[in-house]
Write a protein that binds this ligand. Structure first.
Ligand code: G3H
Ligand code: 13P
Ligand code: NA
Ligand code: ZN
Length: 328
């Protein structure tokens, strides 16, 4: 059944768990997310980016999400728009029946230019007024996602600040966060705490705190009733990188966010954790391996089933690690 992000995250806060938000673009991702949720008894956040709408087409994407709820009516599902770059994009998603939208006013409507606080408040406030009138939740973002190691936003093809970011830009300020939530009325707030989008987050194996954990604690202490969101939270599984490279791929050494650090974030108010890259890596590795090992196979259902299986295993692991398993 369709529920709003607010409903789900209020429950998550009350019971101290986090919910992975997986990006969907196609049937295989949708099935992986739902079958994993069904097996673990987890509620679901499936999110679609503007890129997903372009890839699948809005009506197909919407139909996939509706089909998910029809096949698994007992699972609570939030249908969320990821990284809306303007109130107009949010409005379109509300019309399509999404129960939650992200208004990312940290960047301009090109999805690249870092914008100032007043612009962010203005567009986010507009999106909140529109969405709340329709019973739809809103996620805002304050601060710019970027790797503290490199100062780079890190995303090649999607949303991400251009140029090198300053240390301050990459860490959300707790006082500003409090003022932002008050001025906009957002239901959840994406914070910048040292993560970045995509596979290339860190060049060395993460040891100790690679996230600004103190900053997460300070923000949560200042706005304890606001649900925090972590973007760029893929863990970049080394075993999938090895499989990709063993079967013809070429991905350089790279590391993501360890699950244990996300769990520490969940202990300090993080409720929604965005994961896209990990499913992309698992899907690609599984398909490369299958086709290399079965060179005469040409039924796409065979290799697409491998993709679904691999993505589903990641979903199961995240539902369990973040504690949403058993809360459907
Ligand atoms: O925020 C970025 C997400 O990973 C979505 O990526 O815009 O390529 O669909 P995308
Ligand atoms: P990853 O690239 O780390 O999976 O992050 C996805 C994300 O934040 C989508 O909004
Ligand atoms: Na989002
Ligand atoms: Zn994101």
């Amino acid at each position: 059944a369709l529920i709003s992000l607010r409903q789900l995250l209020d429950h998550a806060a009350e019971h101290g768990y986090g919910v992975p938000a997986f990006n969907v673009n196609n049937l295989e991702q949708t099935r992986a997310i739902m079958e994993a949720a069904d097996e673990t008894g987890s509620p679901v956040i499936m999110q679609a980016s503007a890129g997903a709408r372009k890839y699948a087409g809005a009506p197909f994407l919407r139909a996939l999400m509706e089909a998910a709820m029809r096949e698994f009516p007992h699972i609570p599902v939030v249908v969320h728009q990821d990284h809306g770059v303007s109130p107009a994009v949010c409005q379109r998603s509300i019309q399509l029946g999404f129960s939650s939208v992200m208004m990312d006013g940290s960047l301009g409507d090109d999805g690249k230019t870092p914008m100032d606080y007043d612009y962010n408040v203005r567009v986010t406030r507009t999106a909140v007024e529109m969405a709340h009138a329709c019973g739809v939740s809103v996620e805002g973002e304050l601060g710019c996602l970027g790797s503290l190691e490199s100062g780079q936003a890190g995303e090649e093809d999607g949303i991400g600040a251009s140029g090198t970011l300053t240390h301050d830009q990459m860490l959300t300020d707790p006082e500003e966060a409090a003022a932002f939530v008050k001025a906009t009325g957002v239901d959840a707030l994406a914070i910048a705490c040292g993560t970045s989008h995509g596979a290339y987050k860190f060049t060395r194996p993460p040891t100790g705190d690679i996230l600004a954990m103190d900053r997460i604690r300070e923000i949560h202490a200042r706005i304890p009733d606001t649900h925090l969101v972590m973007h760029g939270s893929s863990s970049v599984p080394q075993e999938w990188l090895e499989i990709i490279n063993e079967f013809g791929g070429d991905i350089p050494e790279t590391y993501g966010v360890p699950v244990e650090q996300i769990q520490e974030g969940i202990r300090h108010g993080v409720r929604k954790i965005n994961v896209d890259t990990d499913l992309r890596l698992a899907s690609t590795g599984a398909v490369r391996r299958f086709l290399a090992q079965n060179p005469s196979e040409f039924d796409p259902r065979k290799w697409l089933a491998e993709s679904t299986r691999a993505m589903k295993a990641i979903c199961v692991a995240r539902y369990e690690a973040f504690g949403s398993a058993g809360n459907a």
